[in-house]
Design a protein around this ligand. Structure first.
Ligand code: PEP
Ligand code: MG
Length: 751
């Protein structure tokens, strides 16, 4: 019989609530609870495990040997119970013993039970235990039963603290609170910072799970949702129209009115939960879904939904104010499990020094926005929140993905020296901002920035760059929930051009596909996304998107010079096809009698090696070539640019890469076609020196690098470098980096 489906969890929840609020010590109440669950679920066994010092301890059971209570323990990942805890996911098996994870514990006497269903017990998103039922028969547990168990597990979480409170004969271990420690994560944006920990939002811990009156809870939910919508509208009214914050908030507003989400919330209330417990319940489902979603874009959307759920929780518990709205300390280092981009934008930038995330990946929206705001970010700091507290001092070395919490004097001292050195350097770079980048022998090099969001644009003035060498238009598409129409796109590109104030901007058409997924494009699972159906391949197969974008660019550039280039061109025919679409749009525009761009220049990225062997056919067709060294390196060396195990394995300062680049630059020069380079390599002084040595006079980089590269150029005498570099191209070494560094040192080049 499907017990829960017929009686619903409401009756059981009320019973659990009465037991929890009733008389008796914790153990006797837990014992009553497992009995009640077993009876309600028609299960022979019901057991509760709670986490104590990183192991799962059996704390109560109905059906297993009572002697095993407080004796049987399992590690994370050990046995089915450990697996449920590790994956934070429910497991339902009609034949548990044949599962590879089944770990038989003789003291429990569980060998006679065949089926098993277990769910994690979560508190504020963390696994703190496991609730399990077992049956002798091979029982198929229904989905509703699993869901009911998840609801019960939430209520049980309230008992955890009391159940695990140390007894007199087992005193609590001394807290490790003030010991220094170091943690490594993944660099999401480089930089150094020192400051004090501000947890992003003291997590809202739901205190009351069982509803006294369901109608009252529904009304509270109505009110909470209304307040949430008002709050988002309020944020929207203060955000600058057209910028990314507005778009992100519009997505939030859409979610806040999402029928599916709202229905699930009210359904959870119907099962007998309070409004806030219902939000938590739906959040548990969202997280479970999130852990299974591999699609980067969908994961981001689910994170945004989680952010929204947290906001709703705060309304329901009356804790509307997050750290973002309180006065931050002068040097705040925000720590969060994860964060939506809108949440980051709520913080006072002038006091925000760095962001540390327990999750967070390079493609996450918060990372994209943080990079644009130049905030150092480290992600994948698993378990950090458990080990820190508000006000702890912390040093962030995001260049190396390192966090030093409560550092000792020696670490602090070394770090501070590093920081002040860095600050002095930055001040020095800034003082040269107005100067052109000219070598000692008088060669002018154009320094441009790479950009992709409106918040990047002030960097043009701050760095004194010559222009934008690469405008990654896809970022604008990625932070939106729906395809921007031509008018919206044109407004956006128009703002970019206005803010560039006459400095050239090279717009790269959409480089999407692979892992840069847009929700409004159907997704295809490419086995090798970097080499898959992406960028120009997708654009030529679905030309509407590219034509819309080109039309918007032409419209936006009325009276300006328009520079357009296409990504991932592998053969001349692809460039010709893309250019034909541009020509069509230009012809169409001219028939409309609307103001046109003053000039249109069209170019290509060179990031797929095959194109280098088609230059005689290509060069007569293009106005410029922009070398994308990031993708070029990965395809030249067959080495995934996102794989941390390969990072640093192949060097752009290798004879192979340098010869390749030299040949491309020479041929472009000979044909009189402008050539530049816009990959990461251009932003590192020694790499930039070599690029200039092999002939490049135009490079584009992350804005943070412009100052140091300018200073390097101003200290460089080009003829000796060119001469020196002729000795490198045929070297048998895997890298000539050391030799270039030695040259710089000997000649006094500021590297
Ligand atoms: C490149 O590949 O070098 C490049 C500049 O483009 P992206 O990093 O956007 O792929
Ligand atoms: Mg690229």
């Amino acid at each position: 019989m499907n017990a829960m489906a017929t009686s619903g969890p409401r009756v059981l929840l009320r019973r659990l609530h009465d037991v929890m609020a009733g008389p008796g010590d914790v153990q006797s109440r837990l014992d009553q609870i497992v009995r009640a669950i077993a009876a309600n679920m028609v299960a022979e066994v019901c057991s509760v495990y709670f986490m104590r010092e990183d192991v799962l301890e059996l704390v109560a059971t109905e059906g297993l040997n009572p002697e095993a209570v407080h004796k049987t323990t399992l590690n994370m990942g050990e046995g089915l119970v450990g697996l449920i805890a590790q994956q934070a996911r429910a497991v339902a098996l009609s034949d548990a013993q044949s599962h590879p994870n089944f770990a038989y514990r003789p003291e429990t006497g569980e060998e006679v039970y065949h089926s098993l269903m277990g769910v994690p017990i979560l508190r504020a998103g963390r696994v703190i235990g496991v609730l399990v039922v077992q049956n002798r028969t091979m029982r198929d547990y229904a989905d509703e039963e699993v869901e009911a168990m998840q609801t019960i597990a939430m209520v049980l979480a309230e008992m955890a603290d009391a159940a695990l409170r140390p007894t007199a004969d087992a005193p609590a271990p001394a807290p490790a609170a003030d010991l220094p420690f170091r943690m490594s994560g993944l660099t999401l944006n480089e930089g150094l910072a020192r400051g004090v920990i501000v947890p992003h939002e003291p997590l809202v811990v739901v205190e009351h799970h069982v509803a006294q009156n369901i109608e009252v809870e529904k009304r509270r939910m109505d009110q909470g949702l209304d307040e949430l919508r008002l709050q988002i509208d309020g944020l929207l009214s203060t955000a600058t129209p057209g910028g990314e914050p507005t778009e992100i908030l519009q997505t939030y507003r859409m979610f806040a009115n999402d029928r599916g989400w709202i229905t699930r919330l009210y359904e959870a209330v119907e099962t007998g939960l309070t409004a806030e417990a219902a939000v938590e319940r739906v959040q548990v489902d969202t997280r479970a879904r999130m852990s299974q979603v591999t699609d980067a874009f969908l994961r981001e959307r689910l994170h945004d939904l989680e952010d929204l759920a947290n906001r709703l929780l705060r309304h329901l518990t009356g804790r509307v104010v997050t750290a973002a709205f309180e006065t931050l300390p002068e040097d705040a280092i925000i720590v969060a499990r994860n964060m939506g981009p809108a949440e980051l934008l709520e913080y006072d930038r002038s006091r925000l020094r760095a962001l540390l995330l327990e999750e967070g990946t390079p493609a996450s929206h918060v990372a994209i926005v943080a990079r644009a705001l130049q905030i150092p970010v480290i992600g994948l700091l698993d378990g950090l929140l458990d080990r820190i507290g508000p006000g702890d001092t912390v040093l962030v070395d995001a260049d190396n993905g390192q966090v030093f919490v409560r550092p000792g004097d020696d670490v602090r001292h070394a770090f501070e020296q590093n920081l002040s050195l860095r600050a002095a350097q930055e001040a020095e770079y800034a003082s040269h901002r107005e100067e052109p980048a000219v070598t000692r022998d008088g060669t002018r090099v154009r320094l441009n920035i790479n950009a992709g969001l409106l918040v990047d644009l002030p960097q043009l003035d701050e760095t004194g760059a010559d222009g934008i060498g690469l405008y990654r238009t896809e970022l604008h598409f990625m932070v939106r929930a729906s395809l921007p129409n031509i008018t919206t796109q044109a407004e956006f590109y128009g703002r970019v051009l206005t803010q560039a104030n006459g400095r050239p901007v090279v717009f790269r058409t959409l480089d999407v596909g692979g892992d840069k997924v847009l929700p409004y494009l159907r997704r295809y699972d490419d086995e090798n996304p970097a080499m898959g159906w992406r960028a120009i391949r997708l654009a030529l197969d679905r030309p509407v998107l590219l034509r819309m974008q080109l039309r918007a660019l032409i419209k936006a550039a009325a009276g300006h010079e328009l520079n357009v280039m296409f990504p991932m061109i592998a053969e001349v025919a692809e460039f010709a096809a893309a250019k034909a679409l541009l020509d069509l749009e230009v012809a169409r525009w001219s028939r409309l009698d609307e103001p046109s761009p003053s000039r249109i220049r069209v170019g290509t990225m060179l990031e797929v090696p095959s194109l280098a062997w088609q230059l005689p056919a290509l060069l007569p067709m293009v106005d410029f070539v922009s070398i994308g060294s990031n993708d070029l390196m990965q395809f030249l060396f067959a080495s995934d640019r996102g794989n941390p195990r390969l990072s640093g394995r192949y060097d752009v300062l290798s004879p192979a890469a340098l010869s390749f680049l030299r040949d491309v630059v020479r041929r472009c020069d000979a044909a009189g076609v402008a050539v530049s380079l816009c990959g990461e390599a251009a932003g590192h002084p020694v790499e930039a020196m070599a690029l200039i040595g092999l002939g490049l006079r135009d490079i584009s980089m992350t804005p943070a690098a412009v100052g140091r590269v300018r200073v390097m150029i101003q200290s460089l005498d080009l003829p000796p470098l060119r001469q020196f570099m002729t000795t490198l191209y045929d070297s048998p070494s895997r890298s000539v980096r050391d030799r270039l560094l030695a040259f710089a040192e000997e000649k006094g080049v500021a590297i």
